[in-house]
Design a protein around this ligand. Structure first.
Ligand code: TXA
Ligand code: MG
Length: 333
């Protein structure tokens, strides 16, 4: 890509001039797409309501779905909230910088546009050196949802961002593919019991080990979802219809039948299944590796115009729960 808005940066030691340009754009109220360790974010000055409004407009995001605010460290996070319970301190110590987002009651400094009118704000310290460099240079919190159009797949490369939102951003900082691959774990700490709003690579089991007790929130649809909007059932969806199948054999059988019926069908499965078939996408058989490559595999299948993708359900253990969550939502019709 030769677009002047597309800046390639080193993922660990980004060019300070590129970071300064991106920070200046943020300070002017413009949108900057940047890598985090999970997925690419669509960033704007979190304290500027007009800038935040541009995020909703660019994504086509419904105004009731609040944004995650990214900050440099736990001290900055504490400055944006009115309560900091022991569980927040423990999770910040154990997980930040990293893919865990905490929901806490907001101060008036956080615009209502960021929280979609909710009294609490979602905050995290991202672990990507480029995101941290941008936060440091911008000298303000950055609101950033995943840099995709609303309800579409999250981007794990700058090319994904460019194809979804390229003409709507001032700049894209391109540091190559992201490492975690699925969005952060979101934990609500506003009530008497911590609640898991969105599972991620940090699992509920791990959270329980860190803070003792974590309630699970069932996915809902309709109005009940408004208090935890990320629980909207259909989300993270590719263009193709996704159908979950229970095991690799069932996947092969379904693929075979669909092809016989003349459909453009693919199979997304994991090792040690055999690859080589152009209609079969193969992911690693462990959760971190699978998550890292899941969205890129789905983006790739979408680009190849399949109308149905069979997805072999990964193992049932806790380490896979964030992946199960994304697959279930992507497959929901
Ligand atoms: O890994 C990530 O979290 C990425 C990177 C860019 O940081 N961001 C991300 O943002 O996934 P987004 O907007 O795609 O998802 C944010 C999730 C949504 O499910 C949203 O409903 C929830 O966090 N959320 C944000 N603010 C909230 C709040 N005040 N209360 C409850 N849920 C909130
Ligand atoms: Mg998103």
């Amino acid at each position: 890509m030769t677009d002047a808005r597309h800046l390639v940066v080193d993922p660990t030691r980004p060019d300070p001039r590129a970071i300064a340009r991106a920070a200046a754009a943020i300070r002017r109220g413009e949108l900057v797409a940047f890598p985090t360790e999970t997925v690419y974010g669509l960033g704007a000055d979190a304290l500027d309501p007009a800038a935040v409004a541009r995020i909703y407009e660019a994504k086509g995001r419904p105004s009731y779905n609040p944004l995650i605010v990214h900050v440099l460290d736990a001290v900055a996070a504490r400055g944006l909230v009115t309560a900091w319970p022991p569980a927040a301190q423990r999770l910040a110590d154990a997980c930040w910088p990293g893919p865990v987002t905490l929901v806490l009651p907001k101060t008036p400094a956080v615009p209502d546009a960021v929280t979609a009118g909710l009294p609490a704000v979602a905050i995290r310290v991202p672990a990507h050196p480029v995101a941290l460099a941008l936060l440091r240079a911008a000298e303000r919190p950055i609101a950033a949802p995943s840099a995709n159009r609303s309800n579409e797949l999250s981007p794990t490369t700058a090319a994904h961002v460019a194809s979804a939102l390229g003409d709507r951003v001032a700049l894209i900082l391109d540091a190559g593919p992201t490492d975690v691959g699925i969005e952060s774990t979101v934990v609500d700490l506003t009530g008497p019991r911590p609640r898991l709003l969105r599972p991620g690579l940090v699992s509920r089991d791990e959270l329980v080990r860190m803070i003792g007790d974590v309630a699970e929130v069932e996915a809902t649809s309709g109005d009940a979802s408004r208090s935890s909007p990320g629980q909207l059932e259909r989300h993270y969806a590719p263009q193709a219809e996704l159908r979950l199948v229970d095991d690799p054999d069932a996947g092969r059988a379904a693929l075979g039948e669909a092809r016989l019926a003349g459909q453009r069908a693919a199979l997304l499965t994991y090792e040690p299944e055999i690859g080589g078939d152009p209609d079969v996408a193969l992911l690693p058989a462990e959760p971190a590796g699978y998550a890292r490559r899941l969205y890129a595999a789905l983006h790739d299948l979408d680009a190849r115009d399949y109308n149905v993708v069979y997805v072999v359900r990964p193992p049932a253990d806790a380490a896979w729960e964030g992946i199960h969550d994304r697959l279930r939502r992507a497959a929901h019709r």
